[in-house]
Design a protein around this ligand. Structure first.
Ligand SMILES: Nc1ncnc2c1ncn2[C@@H]1O[C@H](COP(=O)(O)OP(=O)(O)OP(=O)(O)O)[C@@H](O)[C@H]1O
Length: 361
């Protein structure tokens, strides 16, 4: 299947820009996710690809077929794009059985009766719903309706599948299960997929690559590992996973690392990376990369940082304990499998586990 290319897309509503020069390419068979907080422009981007919104400028194409060309003002209507669309609301016809709901897009494409039956049987088997083909939507659970909606999105073999928060109506447990089978299904069908979600765990577990949006701008495109381990900006670091963003001033520089003075705490953090002395920087520190220890003889050999902190709060979440800590006036969130008593504690932090973001000038 051809790749999807989105180039320099801009979009405004009533004079307010909601997309600014959005660029990405989705490769053949790739599971590509648009991730970001509410209102950042993910659904608008997907709607532009689907043809439900018209960008102000830019181009969108799948292989050689140009869906939108802002220079020529040419647009292919949604029905001419051969895309599969699945939204949060399953939008199944309530008066039609599962099989009839699936037949509808095939009838529109003038597929013969015999072929319709073959395609419907095939897709229902893929989504494990063949035994429920004669049920009506109200006789199905939310998870089953969502499978039918997905089956309808792929039954006519679209070039690209577009999914906008398709799992968000399911409860947490069903969502976990749906994630697994959705990934299996996408792999089996091998369809190029663009997925919209604000749920970072969903994005991380499903995607080959993720595009992180903030305020209509693409901040970073990368694999889940790249996005998590080497976030491009403090905003990306803060959005993916639980990351402390600590403001500081860069002091001495020494062989591949810098000393960052944390606010007014008088404590310093040795951080891997380069940054000019005297400048401001943000240090990203993931909660799970902080080791908490009651031991007073924590190693002070310079290879790791040892910071003294006060435990302000400790909460039990089942799998681990979550801590609100303070280092002077700086608040830090950390987690540990071990319960530590109230009072003061040592935090052990490896310089390599710190993310250094020089201040933008
Ligand atoms: N038809 C419209 N008219 C006016 N403003 C709109 C329209 N559609 C979207 N917007 C605005 O554009 C911005 C981006 O909306 P969009 O739905 O793309 O965000 P999103 O990232 O998908 O958010 P969510 O996760 O909440 O769905 C928002 O500020 C929204 O209010």
């Amino acid at each position: 299947m051809p790749e999807l290319v989105v180039e320099n897309i801009k979009k405004s509503f009533h004079g307010t820009a909601v997309l600014e020069d959005v660029n990405f390419t989705v490769a053949d068979g790739e599971f590509f996710t648009l991730l970001g907080p509410s209102g950042c422009g993910k659904s608008t981007t997907l709607s532009c690809v689907a043809g439900l919104e018209t960008p102000d400028s830019g181009t969108i194409r799948v292989g050689d077929q140009v869906f939108f060309d802002g220079t020529r003002r040419s647009t292919v209507p949604p029905e001419g794009r051969n895309l599969g669309l699945v939204f949060q609301s399953y939008a199944l016809w309530p008066h039609m059985t599962v099989a009839d709901n699936l037949a509808l897009p095939l009838k529109l494409r003038k597929v013969t009766k015999g072929e319709q039956r073959r395609l419907i049987d095939d897709v229902l088997t893929k989504v494990d719903m063949a035994h429920l083909r004669d049920r009506y939507p109200h006789q199905l659970s939310g998870g089953q309706q969502q499978r039918v909606a997905l089956a309808r999105g792929i039954v006519y073999s679209p070039g690209v599948l577009l999914l906008d928060e398709p799992l968000s109506n399911l409860d947490a447990k069903m969502r976990d299960q749906a994630r697994v089978w959705l990934k299996d299904l996408q792999r089996e069908v091998g369809i190029t997929t663009v997925y919209v979600t604000h749920d970072q765990v969903e994005a991380m577990s499903l995607s080959d690559r993720i595009a992180v949006f903030m305020h209509g701008h693409l901040q970073q495109v990368g694999t889940p590992t790249e996005i998590y381990e080497t976030p491009a900006t403090p905003e990306v670091a803060g959005f993916i996973g639980r990351c402390n963003l600590l403001e500081g001033r860069v002091g001495a520089t020494e062989g591949g690392a810098v000393q960052v003075e944390l606010g007014e705490t008088g404590q310093r953090l040795r951080v891997a990376g380069a940054c000019s002395a005297g400048s401001s920087a943000t240090v990203g520190l993931r909660s799970e990369r902080i080791t908490l220890t009651d031991r007073a003889d924590a190693p002070h050999d310079g290879a790791v940082n040892v910071l003294r902190a006060r435990i302000e709060q400790c909460s039990y979440t089942g799998a681990r304990f979550e801590y609100e800590l303070s280092i002077g006036d700086v608040r830090v969130h950390a987690e540990s499998p071990v319960r530590h008593t109230d009072g003061e504690i040592n935090l052990i932090i490896r310089p390599d586990d710190c993310l250094l973001f020089p201040a933008q000038v």
